[in-house]
Design a protein around this ligand. Sequence first.
Ligand code: SF4
Length: 419
Amino acid sequence: MIEELPLLDPKSVSSCSKDLAKGPWEWSGNKAGYGPGASSTDPLPPFYPSQESIPSKYREAEPALLEAWITEARTKLDEKVVILGHYYQREEVIRHSDYLGDSYLLSVAATRHPRADYIVFCGVHFMAETADILSQPHQQVILPNIEAGCSMADMADPESIDRCWKHLMSVFGPQEGDDNVTPIIPVTYMNSSAELKAFCGQRGGIVCTSSNADKVLTWAFERGKRVLFFPDQHLGRNTGLKMGFDLDELPLWNRRKASGGLSDAQLLNSKIILWDGFCSVHKRFRVDQIELARKNNPQVRVIVHPECPMEVVQAADESGSTEFILNTIRNAPVPTAFAVGTEISMVRHLALKFPQHEITCLDPVVCPCSTMYRIHPSYLAWVLEELAEGRTVNQITVPSDIIQDASIALNRMLEATQN
Ligand code: SF4
């Protein structure tokens, strides 16, 4: 619950919704979209899954009791279970995790436990799917709350991407000119459905993370003239600019408009065609917040995630993935003031982990990721106790044909970025 977040800056903390103090089961059945938090006004897609109601004993238990139940069930399951916790999870969940990391690192961590029958992923849906793709056939991947999706991933559905792709093929043709170079390569951010990873696998495309987007795009430009990048426009734009492309070579495909709202001339001039998805957490960061942080402390180091808008990334001192932010702060040799532009639970975790530094969130309003918030110790206790009784709930299963094609795109990423 939001009260459990420490007051990073007691003078300025307020939250974006008083409903954050309630349990996430209040929004079960998708009665209010993604629920309280940064994605509260994003429209839910029609295919959004619905979480069954968990027994009242879990919803009503005090934190100490939930903690005891989780610990007891884990002890009973022993090596049969591995628990993965994303950095954007609340501390009460993170403390039970065997591994803490970003989405891809966690999926790789799970592969180190081939004997574990159950992988409990405290993160969001696309992460659990990736863990299922990379796991052994006998392993079951569990998402404690099935309604923990990702509003950004949901902004790119396979039908819309397919429509876009067909239009691009009609403009570029299968080959362009006499050089036999592929006219366009699809690149999907890790934050996308398994189906879209498979789409890329089938079409000579690849997956990227926020840590390796530039290396992956370099790989793509060795093979094609341009890229369709989805779902996050900001990561695509920030990376394209960093690679030296002009803004007019990075047009935005508007999925609600015919032909994406782009002329054939704009498409032919493009280098990276950006899907119009975004992360509602990172979209909250603004240049005026950076200006205020610098006014309050001219020595402050501003560090933001590349899912933030271009103006914010350009105004910051540094930008990079979750791992980059963590390592930058870890490696700061002297006590430093950091103003960080990323999800509040991560900022809170950094502040707890590195007390020698002064670490605040750029956004003075506490507004966590609506879907990460859906994972609560009550759901974790429920799935673990069910598993300890031999019952699997909330399993995430990716069909085998999708696994095969998505693995191709994921393996291309591994090969492209191994050096
Ligand atoms: S922080 Fe943004 S990208 Fe990450 S899960 Fe939440 S909505 Fe999706």
